[in-house]
Design a binder for this molecule. Structure first.
Ligand SMILES: Cc1ncc(COP(=O)(O)O)c(C=O)c1O
Length: 446
């Protein structure tokens, strides 16, 4: 019997995961910040050391960057009220594009309203039916989604593995256009793209190369030019993508490369044409931040000093920080539920961080994702290490199967919270807080 059309909103009425996590006192998302100060924030009226942002160089609150945003607003208004293609282009957009192209040694660049749109827009516009996009399995969601919407076929290969890439490339039909795409720095693990091996592999098989420098601008390379510059491989990369939402302290994204490719995107990328141009405040702020990043090289030096201190400090305590080589430091916790509780306890102890759980990471290998900044003080960092050590003892982190029995988890239920933690963690409303919590937590992340 026909039941009639499905009620689209039934799933919304039935959705309980976030409410359950809130009721149990460990919901870590959408925390509202009252005052951001870079290395610390005021949240729920209290000072918290911020180790969960991508504000690597501390430029987001720099008074000169803020003043540049205000000056751009005074001159050009609050918004551009239209697409770049039509009425939305202001002189400041063009100036920033020129500055980026010059900085990166590319012929031209085009701004997008977000980095997410830059990846989607470029992948959809530049590939055709019958082409293949060879995509590292740990690339960012904007790349994966871009590949899925693009007319080309998505061909995933093993993370950072030239041999897996080679196998995939060998099997492609000879005439298939091919594009290899990599994050320069991987946003969860903090490891660096193996470009010195990936790029020659790609080139041997006639593939073009696209590198997403979201987490590497301002972090790697000369004056923060990114991973490609870090390895000295500029000449071999065809498309450079970046965002302004991390080291440059604001929002927006760009694609840089040769002038014909940029000209084509300007007239074919739907994510550019059918959305409003970046607001003047954003463009003014980013332009200033880009100047400061180049002028104040102490920032990148301080970022690396802090990064090294934290890598060493976490390892000394006994944490597994994976393969990170950068300021993104994933702290292995193990069970999803424990990662939520760990994060909540961090918050109570004055530290702002967020967990990453399946599907962002493998089942049973949940992490607290931390990231460090040029402007963290030694006191900030010592305090962070002290609290992490205390919580690892309190929550039995090193007894989790992820530590005791490392390797691929078989299923989502092969971990168990210590009874003391399970009882303590149920803050309000009672409820069973053991095995099945992982399902709940996983659902919260999707
Ligand atoms: C690797 C990578 N690419 C692209 C993006 C999207 O950038 P945006 O925040 O500018 O949309 C992100 C953001 O997290 C990212 O980590």
């Amino acid at each position: 019997m026909a039941k009639g059309p499905r009620d689209l909103f039934q799933k919304c009425r039935e959705y309980r995961d976030s409410a359950d996590a809130r009721a149990q006192g460990f919901y870590p998302y959408f925390r509202s910040i009252e005052e951001p100060h870079g290395n610390y924030v005021i949240c729920e009226g209290e000072r918290k050391i911020m180790i969960g942002s991508n504000n690597y160089l501390g430029l987001a609150q720099d008074p000169r960057v803020v003043e540049a945003a205000c000056a751009a607003t005074r001159r050009y208004g609050a918004g551009c009220t239209g697409s770049r293609l039509l009425n939305g282009t202001i002189k400041l957009h063009v100036e920033l594009e020129e500055a980026l192209a010059e900085f990166l040694g590319c012929e031209d660049a085009i701004l997008f309203s977000t980095g997410f749109f830059a990846n989607q827009g470029a992948l959809i516009a530049l590939t055709e039916d019958g082409d293949s996009i060879l995509c590292d399995r740990e690339n960012h969601a904007s790349i994966i989604d871009g590949c899925q919407f693009a007319p080309a076929k998505l061909v995933p290969f093993r993370h950072n593995s030239p041999s897996s890439l080679e196998n995939r490339l060998k099997r492609l039909p000879e005439e298939s256009g091919r594009l290899v795409i990599m994050d320069g720095v991987f946003s969860m693990s903090g490891d660096i793209a193996n470009l010195p091996e990936i790029i020659p592999t790609a080139k041997r098989h006639g593939a073009f190369v696209y590198v997403d420098e979201a987490h590497s601008l301002g972090v790697l390379g000369r004056q923060g030019r990114g991973t490609v510059d870090h390895f000295g491989l500029k000449a071999d990369v065809d498309i450079t993508m970046g965002t302004f939402s991390k080291s440059l302290g604001s929002m927006g994204g760009f694609i840089a490369g040769n002038a014909q490719m940029v000209e084509y995107l300007k007239h074919r990328a739907r994510c550019l044409i059918f959305t409003a141009a970046l607001a003047p405040a954003v463009v003014g702020a980013v332009k200033k931040a880009l100047e400061l990043m180049q002028e104040e090289e102490w920032r990148i030096a301080a970022l690396w000093r802090n990064t090294r201190k934290m890598h060493e400090g976490f390892k000394r305590i006994g944490f597994n920080i994976g393969e990170t080589k950068t300021p993104i430091v994933p702290i292995l916790i193990g069970s999803e539920a424990k990662a939520f509780i760990f994060t909540q306890r961090l918050f109570e102890e004055g530290i702002f961080a967020t967990p990453a759980i399946y599907p962002a990471v493998r089942y049973g290998e949940a992490i607290v994702r931390t990231s460090f900044m040029a402007t963290h003080s030694d006191d900030d960092l010592d305090r962070v290490l002290e609290i992490f050590a205390k919580l690892a003892r309190e929550l039995g982190t090193f007894d989790d199967p992820a530590y005791a029995n490392p390797g691929r988890r078989k299923n989502i239920f092969d971990f168990r919270l210590p009874d003391s933690v399970a009882t303590e963690a149920v803050r309000e409303n009672g409820g069973d807080h053991s095995q099945n919590e992982s399902g709940l937590c996983a659902a919260v992340s999707r």
